[in-house]
Design a protein around this ligand. Structure first.
Ligand SMILES: *Cc1c(COP(=O)(O)O)cnc(C)c1O
Length: 359
């Protein structure tokens, strides 16, 4: 990425584009075409809404956190009708709740959900939801922004019709590049959908990327080059080992939370990040700022009504299990400063114990 850029209308760039689009397929678990978009992840979310929903179309969305809420806003912004399935923050959606929502809204065209709701650290059961939507002939749209590249995704097998992700989470690339892939059924819908789009016209992008080996508009060349390298790293490590490494980091981090007397926020926690609840009377914002500004370890707090109450530690992408020793050590120092009482080193020891058990 630090090298001089190559021009995008060249055979050199086309070769990189083809390779990136091909090598992304196993991360989604699909044989379908992958389309790259120059935008953050939300751009790919909007692209899917604009290409699958007509104004006044009805859509169900799972709102179990900030990103689920975003689906609802995007659906409404495009003039379609959002039906919310509200899920308490930290919980996973019950497939029966989707079944119920479909029964009372029989005209629903698509169901929108996150595979991993990053604001709460909760996983949603995409495979089970896929069985329900498939049976009813309703499209299933999944935000995979903290699941693609983190754990095994089986888009084709699960019956996912539209799957999106972004460059800056598990894919180890700076922000600004988004990816989307559609099933046969979803492509059929795109052809008939009159939803408003210009830049995010997926048929036009498919034609450019699949048939002409270029993009419809100027791509984020530097990021595509970076992603090509990241995919080479993943391929060298092998995907199963990438997943096992991230799973180990998740288990080590969860074990450290238990050792320090912090409760996990999610019932069914995602492998990409761990959200922990801070003890009564301790402001998580203070802990997060101390970790960041005094110790140089960057983690996140809670949002909205969970502001001040959550610490979210990401463990996806360019990280090794030993980085969790650093993260948890900083967490301990910051928690102790904030007044939490525990035996120093117990969180770090829990990480070390998990690492020594091996993958
Ligand atoms: C980060 C994230 C997004 C937002 O993507 P942007 O790149 O900020 O637009 C959407 N969904 C999930 C689940 C995320 O984690």
């Amino acid at each position: 990425m630090a090298q001089p850029l190559i021009h995008h209308r060249t055979p050199q760039f086309s070769a990189v584009l083809d390779s990136v689009r091909q090598n992304l397929k196993p991360l989604f678990g699909t044989g379908q075409e992958i389309i790259l978009l120059a935008s953050s992840g939300t751009g790919a979310m909007e692209a899917v809404v604009a290409n699958l929903l007509d104004p006044a179309d009805e859509a169900i969305y799972v709102n179990g956190g900030k990103f689920g809420e975003r689906w609802g806003k995007l659906i409404a912004a495009h003039g379609a009708v959002p039906h919310e399935v509200k899920v308490e923050w930290g919980r996973s959606v019950y497939p029966t709740d989707i079944e119920h929502a479909l029964a009372i809204n029989p005209a629903t065209r698509a169901v929108f959900v996150q595979a991993s709701e990053t604001s709460t650290g909760a996983l949603h059961p995409i495979d089970e939801i896929g069985k329900i939507t498939h049976r009813r002939g309703v499209l299933l749209v999944v935000d995979g922004i903290t699941s693609v590249g983190v754990f095994e995704q089986k888009m084709d097998e699960w019956g996912v019709d539209a799957f999106v992700t972004g460059s800056q989470k598990a894919l180890m690339v700076p922000p600004g590049l988004a990816m989307v892939t559609l099933s046969e059924q979803a492509w059929g819908r795109v052809g008939k959908c009159r939803g408003r789009r210009y830049y995010f016209d997926l048929e036009r992008e498919l034609k450019a990327q699949r048939d002409e080996h270029t993009t419809a508009y100027t791509p984020a060349v530097g990021l595509v080059l970076g992603l090509n390298k990241a995919l080479e790293l993943i391929s060298a490590e092998t995907l199963p080992r990438v997943f096992a490494r991230q799973q180990m980091m998740a288990e080590a981090t969860r074990a450290s939370a238990r050792a320090l007397g912090l409760q996990l926020f999610a019932d069914n926690p995602a492998p990409g990040l761990t959200a922990m609840i801070t003890p009564q009377g301790i402001d998580s914002g203070k802990v997060v700022r101390c970790m960041r500004d005094e110790l140089g370890v960057w983690v996140q707090g809670g949002q909205d009504h969970m502001k001040g109450q959550l610490i979210r530690i990401g463990h996806m992408g360019y990280l090794s299990p030993f980085d969790m020793l650093t993260a948890v050590s900083a967490l301990e120092i910051a928690l102790a400063k904030a007044g939490h009482v525990f035996e120093s080193g117990t969180g770090v020891a829990a990480v070390q114990t998990r690492i020594s058990r091996g993958m």
